[in-house]
Structure formats: C-alpha cells, structure tokens
Design a protein around this ligand. Structure first.
Ligand code: PEP
Ligand code: MN
Length: 338
C-alpha cells in the first residue's frame, strides 16, 4: 500500500501519518521526490482497512501496489528512478555511469594500473572479483581475503569505489568492510539467505540477473534485499541462457526498458558477460545506453591474453579508451552523458 501525500505536506503531518501507520504494526518507507511525497506501508495491509487513512491530515490518496514485489515496484518511489549513491556519483541520475575492471583481482599491480587506466577514461567504479564463482571446482576461484585487501588499498589510494562479489553469507560483512558496493552474481540471484544478509548491510548492492531468471523473479530477488531494509539496489542485465551458442549468453535488451517501467531501481547492463566476446562489447554497450540503461559494467584487463578468467570478453586499455570515446558520442545522441 502506498499513501500519496498532498502538496505542501508539513513535517509534523508526515510524522503523524508515519506514526499512525506504524502504530498498526506496519513499517513505513518515506520517499520524497521532486514533486510528491510517498509513504510506503510494509506489512499486514489488512490492518490498514480499519482506519480511514484518507481522513488523516496531509493524506491525498491511498493505493494498493498490485505487484508481487512491493518495495521494488515503480509506484513505491516518488521519482521515476531512485538514486543509488556510489562514492560521489549517483546511479539513476542523468549520467550513464561506467564500472570497469578485470573479472578477477590477480595482483595489486594490475589493479592499480587498471584503476588508473579506467578512471582516466571516465569510469567511476572499479570492478574486480576476490571471491569467484567458477563452473569447475578446479578453476582459479580468486585471491579471497588477500584480494579484498588489495581492493581496499586501491580504493583508498585512487578514490575509485570498488564493486566486488560476495558469494557466501558468512563473508558478507567482511566484503562490506573492504568494498563500497556488494555484487550478487547471476548464480546467486536466488540465494535467499545471501540476499537477506546483504539486505542488512549499509552498502549498495549490485544484483545480477540469474542465468535463467524471469524479470519477475529478478525483481523479487531485489525485494528480498529491500525487505531487510537496504533499498540501495542496482539491477544488472547480464544476459540469459537461450539455445544460441554463438554468444556466451543472450543479451536481453528488452529487459532494460521493461525493468525501467516496472521498478524505480537503477538498471545497468553487463555486455561483457552477455556476449562473452570482446568484439561485441561495444555494440551491446551502445544498445544498452539507447535502451535507457543507467550504467554499464565492463571487463577490462591490462593483458586479456593472460587473464585468469574471462580474458576472451575483456577489453585492453586501448579498447576501453576507444569504447568510452564512442560511447560518449552515442550517449549525446540519446540526450545522455557518460
Ligand atoms: C562477474 O561479474 O565476473 C561474474 C561472475 O558475473 P555473472 O555473475 O554475471 O556471471
Ligand atoms: Mn567475469
């Protein structure tokens, strides 16, 4: 249920509405937008049936949220897109933000070189996995705690916020102690205990779409995180499994505008994992920006031929610089900035 406040709502009226709803045992979430204020009510809505919400001063209208996801639904926020702050930049604002870096943290030297190279081209977030989910148990699965320490040092030194994956609920607090943004990978999109765990941390969550997840399941996964109090969720379309074998996954371009119409959460795209091939990263990036993506996450490696994971889809520094140049022109044509 959402309560839309009338224009000119005072702070006292807002407090009173909140107190009245919370007195019935529901939680509230206040969203103050450019033109309206919304009081989201979370919990047993049947209890609200016994009070006349419309008679509370400051209440303009009351609406049920007719979606299985509530907090993630578009109606729940006052503005079209909720902003998720990462460092001093905002996902969901005017600009399309770019996160870039290697699939895996391999050494401090390569992370520093990559951070410098991608920041110079305008990336605002550094990516790199310390805990890697690998299909084979015999593949390199990351430097783990040592990788986190490297990320934290590079984050401190360069000022570039870091996004890194958390694989296990037991490591969530540890990862949050080293990185600004917690990534939930495709393979864990429905790891409900992990979702609940990061929902209790005060860190933005970059949630990737599951390998074969419907968009409804994707939003319900976001709802798990949000239901624990953490509203800072960024959704990431990273391609899904289809019958095609020519690309690693099938980039679901329509997911971007569909999600943007269903949810207020920022939506970004990962063309690297969608394509699995570096030559397709640029065209898929352009398409994502045209479709309304709030950001991109791109794999970049100093020497992709020697990468410990996902080398085939990683751009080198020169390739990334070219992508960013071209992307700026595409974004400008779409009335956006990168
Ligand atoms: C990654 O970002 O390196 C990764 C493993 O992504 P995904 O979970 O989308 O496969
Ligand atoms: Mn990868």
């Amino acid at each position: 249920m959402i309560i839309v406040a009338r224009k000119g709502l005072t702070a006292d009226e807002l407090d009173n509405i909140r107190e009245r709803v919370e007195a019935l045992g529901l939680r509230t979430h206040i969203s103050i937008g450019g033109t309206r204020t919304i009081i989201g009510c979370i919990g047993d809505e049947a209890r609200l049936g016994h009070v006349s919400l419309l008679s509370i001063p400051g209440v303009d209208s009351v609406h049920p949220v007719m979606r299985p996801y509530k907090l993630a639904a578009r109606d729940f926020a006052a503005d079209r897109t909720s902003c998720v702050q990462v460092g001093n930049r905002t996902f969901g604002g005017e600009a399309c933000l770019v996160a870039a870096g290697p699939c895996t943290v391999e050494s401090e030297r390569m992370m520093k070189a990559t951070a410098r190279a991608v920041a110079k081209q305008g990336a605002t977030v550094l990516r790199g996995g310390a805990f890697k989910p690998r299909t084979s148990p015999y593949s390199f699965d990351g430097l783990k705690e040592e990788g986190l320490r490297i990320l934290a040092r590079v984050q401190d030194e360069t000022g570039l916020p870091v996004v890194t994956e958390v694989l296990d609920p037991r490591d969530a607090a540890l990862v949050a102690g080293h990185a600004e943004v917690l990534q939930i990978g495709a393979r864990n999109m429905q790891n409900f205990s992990l979702l609940r765990e990061v929902g209790q941390l005060h860190r933005p969550v970059l949630l990737k779409r599951g390998l074969a997840a419907t968009l409804k399941e994707f939003l319900l996964a976001a709802e798990y995180v949000m239901s624990k109090g953490n509203m800072q969720v960024i959704l990431c379309e990273r391609g899904i499994r289809t019958f095609g074998a020519e690309t690693r996954n099938t980039f679901d371009l329509a997911a971007i505008p569909w999600l943007k119409s269903e949810t207020h959460l920022p939506v970004i795209a990962d063309p690297s994992h969608a394509a699995g091939r570096r030559d397709l990263v640029a065209p898929l990036s352009f398409a994502a920006v045209a479709a309304g993506a709030d950001g991109l996450i791109i794999e970049v490696h100093p020497d992709p031929g020697t990468a410990l994971s996902d080398g085939d889809q990683s751009l080198d520094f020169k390739g990334f610089a070219q992508l960013m140049r071209d992307l700026k022109a595409f974004a400008a044509a779409a009335g956006r900035t990168v």
